[in-house]
Design a protein around this ligand. Structure first.
Ligand code: CA
Length: 580
């Protein structure tokens, strides 16, 4: 950690002048007025008085102490835990009917008057520790346990990649879709108020993948729940992501025999070829593909030579064809893109688990793709590309069907903005599970929906992270966006540069500044390329359209709310209506 902190200090001094040039180049007028501060300060600058509990932890369980039998929330345990290096905390467990499990950690000393809620990943299904916090590496109040913090399983129990979790259970679908994160926020705030005699002064949400989708769902459907939100690699374009993109990549890699075309032992050669082709395109040979949009990579460059059908260091003709298809945007029969993005070059290493697997095992994307069973109970789970019949009409059906529950693609965040909410979006450029282009496209759609770049930039930032895989791993996968969003909310200090780093164990191996999109980090030309101090913010050498041409769109007004109309055991119906 010492190396990281030193880099933070040095980079802040280095980029001041260049940063102003970048802002001028982008005509980011609202940013011009801001003074420059060190990126990612180690602690929130605003100090709130510590608040102590007013009742015993176990007293929360007493009948009617917080919830009555008439409430849907029920607490099942409450006990104090003591861990080294952390404030002691009261761990409360409970569920919100029918089965949204949650856990809430309440510091018994030194509560900083803030509430932090964590999203869950994949299809959720596991109650993770509230102490596992996304995008908050090095954030002091997270590390020492000063937040009241919660986590939920999303309303069901299943493996994270099980796309069949609620095939016949519409309530479980709705609970993961939009209800769990909101109800846990409501319940947690009630428990906090009972425990400390006051509610949280500030509330924050952070999550990655499905947690990023939940983060955006909160900003869109429940703008009053959180003051600051950090949405990482969001699965917000859910209906197309799981209904089309995942079947596309896994279908591209399925042989007629049922096995995978590209097998795990071929991944290192493919990753190496991609890096050799694209690393230098960004102007710096550092082993990282800074922006996959800038490089055309054809996996045919490592096709096995004539006379040699196969080998560990080359791809067969069938593997080249599969890889070409995987890199392409999923398309309908008319060739039109059905997802706003595609598998980025540079994401290959985690394909070894993500879209292929050793014989007898299942790739992660194949589990995700089983979501299609919701649409068609007879769909073959070993969907091969020869059977690909998905087109724009099916995309529309997905969006107007389950998309009305799961998608958090509404670009109109004006209600969240008007209540003072701040949002940081981030996405790894080498994400093997969710195309990063879609997050840029959503960011661009927000600009249009809220009236322009200045209006958007007053409450939203996007950071793209070179070389980072899905939510973790790859390069620069450690960073703290929680502290910047807190400073934005509490001190009106807008986020600027944030230093991200790569670590092996506790040893920092490389660091790099991240700047609000579309600014990039440019090497100053001398010094260690693995040291953030040797980079300055810059206008990217090549500009790309932020919008993405696809058969769908980012629009408002699609959302529905659903629930039982009457007792399901006495002929009640599960009905959905347009959301307000
Ligand atoms: Ca490079």
């Amino acid at each position: 950690m010492a190396l990281k902190r030193r880099n933070v200090a040095r980079v802040s001094g280095a980029y001041a002048a260049a940063w102003l040039v970048v802002q001028a180049a982008f005509f980011m007028a609202p940013l011009m007025a801001q003074s420059l501060r060190p990126p990612a300060p180690a602690a929130p600058m605003l100090t709130l008085r510590d608040v102590a509990p007013v009742i015993e932890c176990e007293a929360l369980l007493k009948v009617d102490a917080v919830f009555t039998d008439a409430d849907l929330t029920h607490l099942t345990s409450a006990a104090v835990f003591v861990e080294a290096g952390k404030r002691p905390y009261c761990r409360v467990e409970g569920y919100i009917a029918p089965q949204i499990r949650f856990a809430l950690h309440l510091p018994t000393e030194g509560w900083n008057q803030r509430y932090l809620q964590n999203g869950c990943g994949g299809y959720c299904g596991t109650l993770a520790s509230p102490d596992a916090v996304d995008a908050a590496a090095g954030c002091a109040p997270v590390e020492d346990g000063a937040f009241a913090r919660s986590a939920t399983d999303g309303g069901h129990t299943a493996p994270f990649d099980d796309g069949l979790w609620a095939v016949d259970d519409p309530q479980a679908q709705v609970d993961l879709g939009y209800r769990a994160a909101h109800e846990v926020a409501v319940a947690s705030k009630r428990i906090i108020a009972a425990f400390y005699g006051q509610g949280p002064r500030y509330s924050y949400f952070t999550g990655c993948s499905d947690g990023g989708r939940e983060a955006l769902m909160e900003a869109q459907r429940y703008p009053e729940d959180f003051d600051g939100i950090v949405a990482g690699a969001p699965a917000n374009i859910w209906s197309s992501l799981n209904g089309i993109f995942q079947p596309w990549v896994i279908g591209s890699n399925k042989a007629e025999s049922g096995g995978y075309v590209i097998t795990p032992e071929k991944i290192p050669a493919l990753a190496r070829a991609a890096r050799e082709t694209c690393d230098g395109v960004d102007g710096l040979e550092d082993g990282i593909i800074a922006d996959p949009r800038a490089c055309e990579f054809d996996p045919g460059v490592i096709e096995c030579p004539a006379g040699r059908e196969d080998g560990a260091d080359c791809l067969t003709a069938a593997q080249v064809a599969a890889a070409r298809r995987i890199y392409a945007a999923p398309a309908g029969l008319d060739g039109r893109a059905l997802y706003p993005g595609s598998m980025p070059v540079g994401s290959e290493a985690p394909w070894a688990e993500g879209i292929t697997a050793p014989a007898g095992q299942r790739a992660i994307a194949e589990g995700y793709a089983s979501y299609r069973r919701y649409l068609d109970r007879d769909v073959a789970l070993d969907l091969g590309m020869t059977h690909w019949t998905i087109d724009a009409a099916e995309l529309a059906a997905l969006r107007s069907g389950l998309g009305t529950i799961y998608d958090s693609t509404d670009p109109d965040l004006s209600a969240f903005s008007e209540r003072g909410g701040k949002l940081i979006l981030w996405h790894g450029w080498a994400d093997e599970a969710i195309p990063p282009h879609g997050t840029i496209a959503y960011f661009d759609a927000v600009r249009e929906a809220v009236g322009g770049a200045a209006e958007r930039d007053a409450f939203v930032r996007l950071y793209m992270i070179p070389g980072m895989y899905h939510c973790s791993r790859g390069d620069f996968d450690r960073f703290d966006f929680l502290t910047p969003v807190m400073n934005w909310v509490e001190r009106d200090a807008a986020p600027e540069g944030v230093v991200a780093w790569t670590a092996q164990g506790d040893v920092v191996t490389r660091s790099r500044p991240l700047y609000p999109y579309p600014a990039v980090a440019r090497y100053v030309g001398s010094g260690d390329v693995d040291d953030a101090a040797n980079f300055t913010p810059a206008v990217p050498a090549r500009q790309f359209e932020s919008a993405y041409e696809w058969a769908g769109e980012f629009e408002s007004g699609y959302q529905r709310v659903c629930g039982w109309n009457g007792d399901p055991f006495r002929g009640g119906d599960f009905v959905c209506e347009p959301a307000e």
